[in-house]
Write a protein that binds this ligand. Sequence first.
Ligand code: 9MR
Length: 847
Amino acid sequence: MLRRIGILAVAALTAACLTGAPPVTADEGPEQIPNGTFDTTADPWWHTSNLDFELSGGRLCTNVPGGTVNPWDAIIGVNDIPLVKDETYAFSFFATADPSKVARAFVQLPTDPYTQYVAAAPEVSVSGNTYSYTFTSPVDLPNAQVVFQIGGSATPWRFCVDNVSLKGGAPPEVYTPDTGPRVRVNQVAYLPKGPKNATLVTGATSALPWQLKNSAGAVVAHGSTTPRGVDDSSGQNVHSIDFGSYVKAGTGYTLTADGETSRPFDIKPDAYASLKLDALKFYYTQRSGIAIDDALRPGYGRPAGHVDVAPNQGDKNVPCQPGVCDYRLDVSGGWYDAGDHGKYVVNGGISVAQIMSEFERTKNAPTAKPIGSLNIPESGDAVPDVLDEARWEQEFLLKMQRPDGMVHHKIHDENWTGLPLLPHLDPQKRELHPVSTAATLNLAATAAQAARIFAPYDAAFAAKNLAAAKKAWTAAKANPNLLASPSDGNGGGTYDDAKVSDEFYWAAAELYITTGEKEYKDFVLASPHHTADLWSKSGVFDWGNVAALGRLDLATVPNELPGRAAVRQSVVDGAERYLGVVKAHPYGLPFDPGNYFWGSNSAVLNNTVVLGAAYDITGTVKYRDAAIEAIDYLLGRNALNQSYVTGYGEVASKNEHSRWYAHSLDTSLPNPPHGTLAGGPNSDIQDPVAQAKLKGCKPQFCYIDDIGSYATNEEAINWNSALSWVSAFIADQGDGTVKAPGACKVTYTTHGSWPTGFTTQITIENTGTKAVDGWKLQWSFLGGQKIDHSWSANFSQQAATVTAENETWNKTIKPGQSVVIGYNGLGAPGANPSPDLITLNGAACST
Ligand code: 9MR
């Protein structure tokens, strides 16, 4: 097939020379493939002896025999392609497969070890597609090879290829992001009664006027900017704008300053209700081991991944890496970690913990509201959907535990695969990697948490988790320093962690909260992490630093730890630190690490969790407002003027790195679902796309919405869990009106307990100035406790949550007066602390 691209490229080059303007980009550089169009000949292409060439319809075709084992058992290729170090290349080709198959396309070293400079594994269809990749060559090499590996199929098939192109050898292009208007806002919405802040990029050093306009263009508020100087995170001179005094709801507002008008935004009550759900719905389409039902996620249906159906080798009977073990495990299920098909216990651990904490917050935080339907296969059962989703992962984590209690660190492909590649089409061998102390303690922590949370819904599952948690704890103590290897990174991430004392602390904290047992209490109190300052400006916690997960739960989940008031106060101290960072930052985020790092967006969110938790503990509105302000950064108030959440904001990330949401590589695949968070700016730019485009970037600019940029633009389960927690927190603030505490004091005293039960007396005092006329008292048990027999109120129970409503005779509580009620409860395994949160007619009482 004749191509006109060469002529276009010459035209582009000429235009560039004439204007003296932009340097050539990789795909305008010289063509390096000697004959990629196969118009009259296949020369100088070669094939392995089991293939032959046929020129058919302007394409190069070959009939691939069945019965080969490895991809490299059948190859077509071309030699002697020159590569120049640090230069950027665009590699592309058109291919068809009949029947459709995954083919491998590599630009590589021609001899052992066949180092691949670009490796793609597109799923090639009968009608065919064009596949395009860019990479920066790490070497000077006169004789690289371009090969298509097409072996490994049990049955015969036909492969055709055309327009094979490798262009480049020109200097890397200078990439300039389109950052739009210089007024930066949250492009989704501000809450009517919440904070409203924006940032103006300008050369001006003194205050400038700003105007807020409604959708009709009328000015509804105005004021002056505050000059903030040069911001280190962006290198920009900026001003901040505070328009929080404007409280009227509406859509299509804009903010104008310095002759620039922002992208439009809303001021809207309940603006975060859909993000709260979408951020969690993300997990269903990350599931492994189950077909994704297109009726539940239109456009996202796909066959089950890794269930032992060819070409998958499956997760139901997985061997270890050679020499690591001699058994096999069924480790099917769980969530895929990110854009890859790996499953890693330490990252699954933090993710499922954070989602369970989001649920647990609904039992303990005054403003928290139920989470609602996620439209998953389990919707409609007796368990909240958020817990059904968490259980999908927790069941997988349990499967990673060996009989001796130790837990395998990870399971993934033997070798890295290319993009795109749907989960059910991954042909790689799956392998278990060695057990580690960190993975074992992740299971101890999450299983302990699951044991208390699932107790009211499924006592057997709760008991199974508690047993697994205790066994993991004992095993970790016996093997306290089995570390995952930092070099075990072929085919999957390493998730190596040289320090596990924080994992010990987190596991002990969860085991203590759930059981109340002395061993765990003593461990928590003796751990240096218990009193350490955890509130780093860069990031409070991540998959490798988990002490704050323990500290936050000790502070926010009821327990009787000695010195608990100091634990709660330490979270407030942390929030005070992050509040200071928000106030000092002209972009208003609680994150100030100097250079940004991989997954920075999740660090912004996890620091925000501390602000939210402090508000839950104290009701102090400045912490809540800082948490609400923090989300502005992720939704557009940033140097790039874009939202990092797919489907949210005028200009938003949509090409996150994923093997199955790979729309930009194969238009028959979808983009990531709405509510998917991108990893975010990363100064270390470890991938070839980022290296080609972003060299020398200031931290906030180290991001590109390109599917190839896994270091800045991947999606991941631990990042969406942070988004889920924070978006739920903000959604629960409704229109931003501060919820007043109740004028009541409740004394909740468990007078006695025996092996199967306990007895509790509750005094409700009206501390206000008006009579209470009719009341409903509510609290939640920690675990599986049940009301048995009660007096002086009408008791009912829904899972862990108890409601006690007045009798006719004690309906009225006059100011200063009290009512006493009580009950006998049925005991359940584990601790039975007094609740932190007791509400009277929906408002929190002091306890
Ligand atoms: O989130 C991980 C980040 O902290 C590491 O710096 C990075 C490199 O090791 O790996 C990230 O995790 C990736 C994992 O290794 C493989 N699956 C995708 C994860 C997100 O990019």
